[in-house]
Design a protein around this ligand. Structure first.
Ligand code: PRP
Length: 180
């Protein structure tokens, strides 16, 4: 059972659904008539993206990017490598990045700058979780569902060693699980 390795639930499934409903309503109003491309960053964004789009009641397109990041390094920090890019040109298009978490901010800062360079009509960010204490670069999401403390969280897309993404809530992992 996955639950036995969880110290506490930080954000419950019900809270996530309510937040996605509220954000979906906001996005419906914001993007009416703009046909935005919602861009999920693989793999962590999948559960949040799946819930969020159910609550957006206007035309949107979906796409995904896969990037690899080098966190915590010195020389390479801030560098991200694009493994899968979008399928189409974004010039003149409204882009909304959808993420599970912003931590150092490096992933989204790099992507946002890249899409401004690509001449997107607008570039915004929606994140399920924000961990402001982790930030090493200046970036804020336009839409944040939950601000969380600097703890090791898993679930709802977030992994430890590729596991726990399928938990239906966000929880704090027991220390003995990752300190062994
Ligand atoms: C996580 C998360 C974000 C990024 C945020 O992805 O999904 O993409 O880290 O961190 P940052 O703000 O410090 O850049 P990860 O690279 O762990 O890949 P995953 O989505 O496959 O888990």
């Amino acid at each position: 059972m996955l639950e036995q390795n969880i110290k506490k639930v930080l954000v419950s499934h019900d809270e996530i659904v309510v937040a996605a409903q509220q954000l979906g309503a906001q996005l419906t109003a914001e993007y009416e008539g703009k046909n935005p491309i919602l861009v999920g960053i693989l793999k962590g964004s999948i559960p949040f993206m799946a819930e969020l789009i159910k609550h957006i009641d206007t035309h949107i397109e979906l796409d995904f990017m896969l990037v690899s990041s080098y966190h915590g390094g010195t020389a390479s920090s801030g560098v991200i490598n694009i493994i899968k890019d979008l399928d189409k040109d974004v010039e003149g298009r409204h882009i909304l990045f959808v993420e599970d978490i912003i931590d150092t901010g490096q992933t989204l800062k790099t992507l946002r700058d890249m899409f401004i360079e690509r001449k997107a009509a607008s570039v915004k960010i929606a994140t399920l979780l924000d961990k402001p204490e982790g930030r090493t670069v200046e970036i804020e999401a336009d839409y944040t569902c939950f601000t969380i403390p600097n703890e090791f969280v898993v679930g709802y897309g977030l992994d430890f060693d590729e596991n726990y993404r399928n938990l239906p809530y966000v929880g704090v992992l027991k220390e003995e699980v990752y300190s062994n």
